[in-house]
Design a protein around this ligand. Structure first.
Ligand code: ADP
Ligand code: MG
Ligand code: ZN
Length: 621
């Protein structure tokens, strides 16, 4: 921003200087050689041979010289009064033969053509500036679109989306059905005096199908769909966003019945005056215009505004007032049944092997959104296609799942024997810790094959959909996360950076326990963290909602909790040191250890053959 404004200042000053110099050059106001009284004096001394008054300047030809010049030019403020005052003098001196000739060129002798060239030049310069500014503001878009809403009309790709394409959100669909009915048959509602909501806000995490659902509403109702993203309103130039909003609503009213869909509305609709360093004029103007437009159109004009966001908490409250976005539909990550339905929708156009059980996949994909599930099936299809297989198998899904969760395998990555040993020890630490912690998931596989940016992994599967973690669960998760680091410290005597991600996650958990969920006696059942509304650009910072006195206590308590977890982990690993060493040996030899082999080891049985590892567990409830 700074650079840009500096650039435009230089541009403006340059152009201004150019224009001024042109004007001065062409009109040639020149310097005055004489003052008015000096002119009069020259006449009195009978020194003027001839003169011409043209426009507002007088040119004198002298007998002899004045100031070393024979010819003098100067400005006359009022040529007419000069003529009247000096009339007798002119006649006198003409008769005497002193003044040989004089002339007053008529005023209208001024030709408009004199102005054409400078005007042309100024015009061209202004045009150039305009084009430059426009192209900078609009990223090369055609300039006539500037200030207009960049909307997408109709349904992209020409494919009509219907409610059938959106799965696992039955309640939400039922609520939206009302909007569809209204758009299809508005009289039914208006006749009885019913008002249909102006605006409807779809709230939910990314990938849960908000955009898809909005498109489906348009598809079901068979009306025009004007779609725009909130960030399209956010422009460098003040007033452009507001004019885009105006334009958007104008377009919609023209083609009504229609749906206006504002995706990612938080980009434009965040609380006013909440930016760092005071409000942001452009954003506030845009938001104000949006509020005006939402109030301005009639309830029955056949235009309905849908908007989507994943940050409803940062929206300006004015947006949520009655008559604006007064209805909210929450869309969460789908449950197991929802996931199965979504998988079915996306499996429709794919060939599945008979052995693929989407129900099993659904139960093992806790926390996956619709977008994740669609991605999972797609990755699996790509894997099958790459190997020229006609159908997609459970194995493909399994590989796709691992790839999505940790990145692709990197078997070719070269590692030293020492690196490998540290990794094996680290993962063995996690696995043994997990085994000893009742709330933690069973280990599915331990591997030292690098994947994505991790050197190894201990896979486990969340047992259930439960979103409600208990204090003990969270605490034991911290202990398990520390397993890698503790093993390194105990059995190598040195520690590596490989544990940094584990430590980050463990610390965040500990902090949440202490300061967010009120799980720490010393601080009581108080939430100290507050996802605030302070912005740096479009990012959010956590604001403090506690005094300095508590800041220290929070840090102390987090440290205390981490120390306690560390000690617990060390205790577990020391007790099972022989197991840890056995697993490391096994991993160095075989790279991977399956869940069953791990259980064999922990329960002092002979380690059996590796079984196929599946991310998808058939166990039910
Ligand atoms: P959001 O707008 O909430 O971030 P999208 O609507 O863009 O999410 O979803 C991205 C993609 O994920 C969709 O195009 C669709 O393929 C898939 N998807 C998400 N939710 C669902 C769902 N409930 N049913 C079917 N597909 C879904
Ligand atoms: Mg979206
Ligand atoms: Zn780790």
């Amino acid at each position: 921003m700074k650079k840009r404004s500096l650039f435009s200042v230089i541009l403006y000053v340059g152009v201004l200087a150019l224009i001024l110099s042109l004007i001065l050059g062409i009109f040639d106001f020149g310097k005055d050689d004489l003052t008015y009284s000096q002119i009069v004096e020259l006449f009195q001394k009978e020194q003027v041979k001839s003169f011409v008054v043209e426009d507002q300047s007088i040119t004198l030809q002298l007998h002899g010289k004045y100031d070393g010049k024979e010819k003098l030019t100067c400005r006359l403020a009022d040529p007419d009064s000069f003529r009247q005052e000096m009339h007798s003098v002119f006649q006198d001196q003409s008769e005497k033969g002193v003044l040989l000739s004089y002339d007053f060129v008529p005023q209208d002798g001024f030709s408009p053509f004199d102005l054409v060239i400078p005007l042309l030049i100024v015009g061209v310069v202004l045009l150039l500036m305009w084009v430059i500014l426009m192209s900078r503001a609009n990223n090369g878009n055609h300039m006539s679109n500037f200030g207009k809403a960049r909307t997408v009309m109709g349904v992209p790709n020409g494919k009509k989306v219907t409610f059938d394409d959106v799965a696992g959100v039955d309640e939400e669909k039922a609520e939206l059905q009302e909007i569809v009915d209204f758009l299809r048959n508005p009289e039914k509602f208006t006749n009885i005096g019913a008002k249909i909501p102006h605006g409807l806000l779809l709230v939910g995490p990314p990938g849960t199908g908000k955009t898809l659902l909005a498109r489906a509403v348009a598809g079901e109702a068979g009306v025009q769909f004007l779609s725009i993203s909130g960030s399209d309103f956010v422009e460098l130039y003040v007033g452009v966003g507001a004019s885009r909003v105006r334009d958007l609503f104008e377009q919609a009213k023209k083609i009504a019945p229609a749906i206006i869909f504002i995706d990612e509305i938080d980009a434009v609709g965040r609380k006013r005056g909440s930016g760092l360093g005071g409000g942001h004029d452009e954003k506030e103007q845009t938001l104000n215009q949006l509020l005006v437009e939402m109030d301005g159109f009639n309830h029955n004009s056949g235009v309905i505004v849908l908007a989507a966001t994943n940050r409803p908490d940062i929206l300006d409250p004015a947006l949520l007032r009655p008559g604006r976005f007064d209805r909210r539909i929450h869309i969460g990550a789908p449950d197991a049944k929802g996931r199965e339905e979504i998988l079915k929708v996306h499996a429709k156009n794919k060939k599945l092997d008979g052995g693929v059980d989407l129900g099993v996949v659904a139960r093992s994909t806790v926390g996956f959104t619709g977008a994740d599930l669609s991605n999972l099936l797609n990755e699996a299809a790509i894997m099958a296609a790459r190997e020229n297989r006609p159908v997609l198998t459970m194995d493909d899904l399994n590989n796709a799942m691992m790839k999505i969760m940790a990145g692709p395998e990197k078997r070719s990555r070269v590692r030293t024997r020492r690196d490998l040993k540290v990794t094996a020890l680290h993962e063995a630490g996690h696995a043994v810790a997990m085994y000893n912690l009742p709330t933690q998931d069973p280990v599915l596989q331990i591997t030292v094959i690098p994947r994505g940016n991790s050197l190894g992994a201990t896979w486990h599967i969340p047992k259930d959909d439960s979103a409600n973690l208990t204090r003990n669960q969270m605490y034991e998760e911290i202990v398990a996360l520390l397993g890698g680091r503790v093993a390194e410290a105990l059995f190598i005597g040195d520690i590596s950076v490989g544990a940094s991600n584990d430590i980050d996650r463990a610390t965040k958990l500990a902090r949440d326990m202490v300061a967010r969920y009120g799980m720490c006696e010393a601080l009581g059942t108080v939430s100290y963290l507050d996802d605030g509304e302070v912005f740096i650009g479009r990012d959010y910072q956590t604001t403090k909602s506690y005094s300095e006195k508590f800041a220290g206590t929070i840090d102390d308590q987090v440290k205390l909790l981490m120390d306690k977890a560390y000690a617990r982990c060390a205790e577990i690993l020391k007790k099972d040191e022989d197991k840890v060493r056995k697993i490391v040996e096994f991993l160095l030899e075989n790279e991977s250890m399956s869940g069953k082999q791990f259980a064999d080891c922990m329960e002092d049985r002979e380690i059996g053959e590796a079984e196929a590892v599946s991310m998808f567990q058939k166990t039910e409830e």
